[in-house]
Design a protein around this ligand. Structure first.
Ligand SMILES: Nc1ncnc2c1ncn2[C@@H]1O[C@H](COP(=O)(O)OP(=O)(O)OP(=O)(O)O)[C@@H](O)[C@H]1O
Length: 131
């Protein structure tokens, strides 16, 4: 449907409205993931702890940059995993080996990002906590 917007003369207000709608849908997606995914709650709690530690141990700008990118990588991978799970359940409500592969690979991506985040957290905070 949205491709019609480019072809038809659309009032600016309609475009603004659709931007607000898009934002609303995105926030709805975030709320869904937070409500239904236990891992997302864990990631968020870990992210809040990390930010708290960041202030407590006065990390540098570069370290903040690394921490923010790392936190985002974990949260984004969990969101993609949640989206993929929904699509797989829609496409394959029954048991299927490819459905299993898709879900397991997506879960593997989350695992890798979470392990990387723990390693980065240790590299940044260990010297500050145990010096
Ligand atoms: N349609 C399916 N066919 C075959 N195996 C499946 C299917 N759906 C899920 N599985 C297997 O069961 C496991 C658990 O599936 P589930 O849908 O509960 O996701 P999950 O990995 O527990 O994710 P989360 O805990 O984040 O919701 C999957 O990792 C996959 O190995």
């Amino acid at each position: 449907m949205s491709y019609l917007c480019w072809a038809l003369p659309v009032k600016p207000t309609t475009k603004t409205k659709s931007l607000v709608k898009s934002f609303y849908f995105a926030v709805t997606g975030l709320a869904y993931a937070l409500r239904t995914q236990r891992n997302m709650k864990i990631h968020l709690a870990a992210a809040l702890c990390t930010v708290g530690f960041g202030f407590r141990y006065a990390v540098s700008s570069v370290e903040w940059l690394i921490l923010v990118v790392t936190i985002m990588a974990v949260i984004v991978s969990e969101l993609m995993n949640t989206a993929l799970e929904a699509v797989v359940d829609l496409a394959s409500p029954g048991i299927h080996p490819l459905a299993k592969t898709a879900k397991d690979v997506a879960a593997g991506a989350v695992l890798i990002s979470a392990i990387s985040a723990v390693i980065i957290g240790c590299i940044i905070f260990y010297p500050k906590i145990f010096r």
